[in-house]
Design a protein around this ligand. Structure first.
Ligand code: ADP
Ligand code: MG
Length: 557
């Protein structure tokens, strides 16, 4: 930023911008208005990249893998702030560092019914200094923080010489597990008959990929990633048992839990999805997480990468290689083979309209292997997770712990911006259900305004879970008032979502057959400059196969 002479004045907005810059904040996402427009302008002036979006929810769906610093969002008071709450909750639930800066009414108008006034904070307790917000959002288990900026503060003139500068907050200190807990864990693993390593997104956050890979290779352990931990160890690693997920969870006698909560995603760690007597070795950075739902056999409180290194050191003294010819491996491999054959058969079905498996099969064949995948929607996300492999860490983003729909386009925009600056060869592919796409559809304008070559694929079944086709839609309308006749799950059949993309200058494709899908995919992947949207019509009744258990069981086709 500009160097000012002593005695020179700086505005409140300028101060906020400089303080953020001093904390190495690179990006700010927001929607401007009274009283925070000046903050966005000041941010650009000090070299922070400002990205203006269309709805605050999308603004706060900031991605978690932004290089080491928290995401910063800028919103107006009252309604803007309230729209941002969904994203703040989403970030906290996913343990992502996020800072929301909200404008609020002038301090001398407080509780008077000012424009867009809302009791956003109890000022005396949450009036964060920017450095505290940065530290709080990143240290320990990451999460979201709120900074309230009253309107009158934005245009305040401050004498430069009266400003106290704060140093850049260093990255979080790395904590290690107690030594006794490490040796206890190692002896439990050494006695396991049916071990299973579960890799959660905490492992992705702590950049533990190299050490976890070593652990898997050194000890020969079968592993299973949770949805957003896919790619920490590549999905095509021979020890990946994702395609036998239910079997692996149900029969493991020892589970090594690397940064994953035993919440709904892992069926609470309880029967019938787990053995009653399963021994869980829990590794987490957050003390409050230890022992939730299941009493662990060993607890290793610390950073995943550091603790994995500790385990590796211990194993170098007491080598352990789980044999690859056990009954356990045989059972897992059989299940994998079986499940893969079943999804292949579904993918190769020739009937029209297409089913989910056929669509994902072609996407998998035609997109680059190093693509950053964003995915949301019910079946679209669940089936897509098993059909689309990840080979690199932190390259899958989805509805996450909170199951938030509407996150996809915000994630894709943030991912594409960071990719543009750091890994321009990587494409962002955003695979959306038609319902999920609708939540933040106008962000297509944002994508085109910033010219981000994102490929959006809308897997369109005319509804939420299932939909109607054009014929029975018309039939429904004959029964009377649509508000009482149209099934709550249905959306307008044959909607041309691709036209939203062409409206803003991107490329739109409407496809109904595998041939049209292949053609559109090839064209979109080849064009590395232009945003595109492929609207893929599928069978509105296409469903996942019957499931024994309700969540995350795609692998049990
Ligand atoms: P998943 O969705 O993959 O199951 P969760 O969000 O449930 O993952 O769990 C992630 C866990 O990782 C949280 O309990 C969080 O405290 C933990 N975590 C986050 N960062 C780190 C880190 N650097 N080291 C260790 N654990 C971490
Ligand atoms: Mg749908």
């Amino acid at each position: 930023g500009a160097v000012m002479a002593a005695g020179e004045a700086v505005s409140g907005a300028g101060l906020v911008a400089e303080a953020l810059r001093a904390q190495n904040i690179e990006y700010m996402f927001g929607i401007v208005g009274i009283p925070i427009t000046e903050i966005a302008v000041a941010a650009q002036a000090v070299g922070i990249k400002y990205i203006g979006m269309r709805n605050e929810q999308a603004v706060t769906y900031f991605l978690f893998f932004l290089p080491s610093r928290p995401g910063v969002c800028l919103v107006v008071s009252g309604p803007g702030f309230l729209h941002a709450l969904g994203g703040m909750a989403n970030a906290t639930m996913n343990c992502w560092p996020l800072i929301v800066i909200g404008g609020s009414s002038d301090r001398n108008q407080e509780t008077m019914g000012a424009f867009q006034e809302f009791p956003q904070v109890h000022r005396h307790i949450t009036f964060y200094k920017i450095v505290s917000a940065v530290r709080t959002s990143m240290y320990g288990r990451p999460g979201s923080c709120y900074i309230d900026i009253p309107g009158d503060f934005v245009n305040l003139e401050v004498n430069k010489s009266s400003i106290k500068y704060v140093e850049c907050c260093p990255p979080p200190p790395i904590s290690m597990a107690e030594h006794s807990a490490v040796s206890k864990a190692v002896s439990i693993i050494a006695h396991a008959k049916q071990p299973l390593l579960i890799i959660g997104k905490g492992a992705a956050y702590s950049h533990a990929e190299n050490n976890i890979r070593k652990l898997v290779d050194l000890c020969g352990l079968p592993f299973l990633p949770t949805p957003m931990a896919k790619g920490v160890v590549p999905d095509n690693h021979p020890n990946c048992v994702a395609a036998a997920r239910s079997t692996a969870l149900q029969h493991a006698d020892v589970v090594i839990l690397l940064g994953a909560r035993l919440n709904w995603i892992l069926h609470f760690g309880l029967p019938p999805r787990f053995r009653q007597d399963v021994k869980v070795i829990q590794i987490d950075i957050c003390a409050e997480e230890l022992g939730n739902n299941v009493r662990p056999a060993a607890v290793l409180l610390g950073d995943i990468n550091a603790v994995t290194k500790q385990l590796l050191e211990e194993f170098s003294k007491r080598p352990l290689k789980y044999p690859s010819n056990t009954e356990w491996w045989k059972k897992l491999r059989e299940k994998i083979k079986n499940n893969e054959e079943r999804s292949k058969a579904l993918a190769l079905q020739k009937s029209l309209p297409m089913n989910y498996y056929t669509v994902f099969h072609h996407i998998r064949e035609l997109i680059p292997k190093d693509s950053i995948l964003v995915s949301e929607g019910a079946n679209t996300m669940d089936i897509g997770r098993t059909m689309l492999p990840n080979y690199y860490p932190r390259q899958r983003l989805d509805a996450g712990t909170f199951g938030t729909m509407g996150v996809g386009l915000g994630f894709a925009i943030a991912a594409a911006l960071v990719a543009k600056d750091r890994t321009p060869e990587k494409r962002v592919i955003c695979i959306e259900g038609d319902s999920a796409f609708g939540f933040s559809g106008m962000e297509v304008e944002t994508i085109c305004r910033y010219n981000l070559p994102i490929l959006i694929i809308v897997v369109n079944n005319n509804g939420i879970y299932t939909g109607l086709n054009a014929d029975n839609w018309k039939e429904m309308l004959q029964y009377g008032d649509p508000a009482t006749c149209v099934p709550p799950v249905s959306l307008l059949p044959n909607s041309h979502y691709e036209e939203i993309m062409s409206a803003f200058g991107g490329k739109g494709y409407f496809v109904k057959t595998p041939e049209e899908l292949q053609k559109a995919l090839k064209a979109s992947v080849a064009d590395k400059q232009t945003p595109s949207l492929i609207n893929v019509m599928i069978d509105p009744q296409s469903e996942r196969k019957k499931q024994e258990f309700p969540w995350l069981t795609r692998s049990n086709l």
